[in-house]
Design a protein around this ligand. Structure first.
Ligand code: GDG
Length: 455
C-alpha cells in the first residue's frame, strides 16, 4: 500500500550553514517510523519546507520516496506555528491553561496553512493512495480534504495527549477542530485514556459518539529496537570518576518536561539522603527547541538559574551534582549515554508518550528507569519506578531506591519492560495501523457492495 504522509516537520531540510549547502536530517522517533513506511512502498511525503534553502526543492526524490514541500511566509509561520499550534494547542493539550494564547488571528493563520496543505495533498495524491496525517498542527486537514472531494482513505495519528473533555471545551474553536479530525476514516492515539477523552469530547460537544467510536484505535508508537538494542560501531562507555553512578535525562527544552522539577528533585535527594551525595552525577541533556518563541527563551534562563544555584550550593572541587548540557548530541553519543547510565530520570509533568523511556529500556543492560505517571509510556512500562513529578520528595526517594537497587531487582524489572518494548516496536506499530486500515477499507467496500446489491 502506498502512502501519502502529511506532517508539519520534514524528514530532511536543505540549509546553508557557514557558506555550505547541507542536507539536515530531522531525526526523532516519528520521522524514523514514517521514513520506514515510506521506504517500504515509495509514496509521497507532504511537509513544511522550513530550511533556509528548501525553496530550491519544492519537490524532490529522496531515499526512494517523494518529498513535496509547503512554504510559509514569516507572518504565516508566526501565526500558525508560534501563536496557534505551539501557543494555543500545545498548552491546551498538556493542561497548561494559563499558558494558552487566545487570539483570533492565530486561528486564522492555522486555517490558512491547513488549506495550503490541503491544496498540496489534492495536487499530489494518487488514486487508491492512503493519506496519513499527523498531529495537532493539522487537525482541520481531514475535513478540508473531504470538502475538496478527496475520497481516499484518511488516517490521522494524534501524538500528544487528548485532555479531559471539560478542559478541551475551553478552546473557542473546540468544535471546529473536532469536526476536522473526525472526517478521517481512522484515528489513532497512544493510550486508552486519550481515546476515551476524545470520544467524550465528540459526545459532549458534537453529540456524536456511535459514529465516531468505530474509527478510534490505540497503538502506542514503538521504536527501532534493532538499533537501540544492537551494538553500534565505535560505542564508548562513559565512566565517571570514583565509580559514581550516572543519572541521565534527555529532553527537548519544554515546560511540559518538568526540567526545573527534576533539578529540584536532585537537590532534594542530596538533602534527604546526604550519604548519596558525591556518589552520583546527574547528566541533564537539554535539546534546544522552538528557539524563536520568547517563552522558551525565558524557560531556558529559569532552568539555568536553578541548575546554577543547586551546583553552587553543593559542588566542591571534586564533585558537581548536575552536569548540564544544552545541545543536541549525536546518535552515537546518545547511545553511549543510554548504555552507560545507571538510572534514567524521565519525569515529564505530562507527555503524550515519551520515546526516550522506550529507547533507554531497549538500550540499557542494567539500568533503572524512573518514569512519570503522566507520560503515556507509563501505561506500557509497568515495571518502571513510577513517580508523580510534582512530588519532589517521592522523586528523591525513588532516586535513592534506584541508586541502591540490587541487581536481581534491576534485571527483573528490565526483563518485563524489554519484552513489551521489543514486541511492540516500530514494525509492530506500522503493521497494526496498516492492517487495521485494511480491515476498515474492506468493511467499507463490503457495505458499499451490499448497498449496491439491495438497490
Ligand atoms: C512528541 C510528543 C511523543 C531528543 N534529543 C536528542 C535526540 N532526541 C530524540 C529522542 C527521541 C525523540 O528525539 C524525542 O521523542 P519524545 O517522545 O521523547 O518527545 P517529543 O519530541 O516531545 O515528541 C511525545 C512523540 O511525539 C511521538 O509520538 O512520544 O509525547 O511530545 O527519539 O531520542 N536524539 C539525538 N540527540 C538529541 O540531542 N540524537
Amino acid at each position: 500500500m502506498s502512502y501519502l504522509i502529511v506532517t508539519s516537520r520534514s524528514p530532511i531540510s536543505h540549509e546553508k550553514i557557514g557558506g555550505n549547502e547541507t542536507v539536515k536530517k530531522n531525526v526523532g522517533g516519528v520521522v524514523t517510523a514514517l521514513s520506514r513506511a515510506m521506504k517500504q512502498d515509495g509514496g509521497t511525503w507532504v511537509c513544511w519546507g522550513d530550511g533556509n534553502l528548501d525553496g530550491r526543492y519544492p519537490d524532490e526524490n529522496y531515499d526512494g520516496y517523494r518529498i513535496v514541500r509547503v512554504f510559509m511566509s514569516s507572518r504565516e509561520r508566526k501565526g500558525f506555528y508560534d501563536d496557534y499550534a505551539n501557543g494555543t494547542l500545545w498548552p491546551l493539550f498538556h493542561y497548561f491553561r494559563d499558558r494558552m494564547k487566545l487570539t483570533s488571528s492565530g486561528m486564522n493563520y492555522y486555517r490558512q496553512i491547513n488549506e495550503k496543505y490541503a491544496d498540496a495533498v489534492v495536487r499530489n495524491v494518487k488514486a487508491g493512495q492512503r493519506i496519513w496525517i499527523h498531529d495537532y498542527q493539522l487537525a482541520l486537514l481531514p475535513k478540508m480534504l473531504r470538502e475538496r472531494g478527496i475520497e481516499n482513505q484518511i488516517l490521522m495519528t494524534w501524538h500528544i495527549p487528548w485532555v479531559a473533555s471539560e478542559f478541551y471545551a475551553t478552546l473557542p474553536e473546540a468544535k471546529e477542530l473536532l469536526e476536522g479530525i473526525i472526517a478521517s476514516d481512522m484515528i489513532t492515539f497512544h493510550t486508552e485514556l486519550y481515546k476515551k477523552n476524545f470520544l467524550e469530547s465528540c459526545d459532549s460537544l458534537l453529540g456524536k459518539k456511535d459514529d465516531v467510536e468505530g474509527k478510534l484505535f490505540v497503538f502506542s508508537l514503538g521504536i527501532d529496537t534493532s538499533y537501540y538494542s544492537g551494538n553500534p560501531a565505535n560505542r564508548q562507555n562513559i565512566e565517571l570518576k570514583n565509580n559514581r553512578k550516572l543519572i541521565l535525562s534527555i529532553d527537548r527544552l519544554d515546560y511540559t518536561k518538568g526540567l526545573v522539577n527534576r533539578a529540584l528533585a536532585i537537590e532534594n535527594l542530596v538533602r534527604r539522603y546526604p550519604d548519596d551525595a558525591r556518589k552520583f552525577t546527574y547528566v541533564m541533556i537539554v535539546t534546544p527547541s522552538r528557539t524563536s518563541v520568547a517563552e522558551y527563551i525565558n524557560m531556558k534562563r529559569d532552568l539555568e538559574m536553578t541548575v546554577g544555584r543547586i551546583n553552587g550550593s553543593y559542588s566542591d572541587l571534586t564533585w558537581q551534582p548536575i552536569l548540564y548540557l544544552y545541545r543536541r548530541v549525536t546518535d552515537r553519543q546518545l547511545m553511549n549515554y543510554y548504555r552507560s547510565a545507571n538510572v534514567a530520570l524521565i519525569a515529564p509533568l505530562i507527555d503524550g508518550l515519551n520515546l526516550v523511556s522506550k529507547e533507554f529500556v531497549a538500550a540499557t543492560r542494567n539500568g533503572v528507569l524512573i518514569l512519570s505517571r503522566f507520560a503515556g509510556a507509563s501505561f506500557s512500562l509497568g515495571a518502571a519506578l513510577k513517580v508523580n513529578p510534582y512530588d519532589l520528595n517521592e522523586v528523591a526517594d525513588k532516586l535513592h531506591d534506584a541508586l541502591h537497587m540490587n541487581e536481581n531487582e534491576i534485571k527483573f524489572r528490565l526483563e518485563s519492560m524489554k519484552e513489551n518494548v521489543m514486541k511492540r516496536d516500530i514494525n509492530w506499530w506500522l503493521a497494526e495501523i496498516s492492517s487495521t486500515a485494511d480491515m476498515l477499507e474492506r468493511k467499507l467496500n463490503g457495505s458499499a457492495e451490499s448497498i449496491r446489491n439491495t438497490h
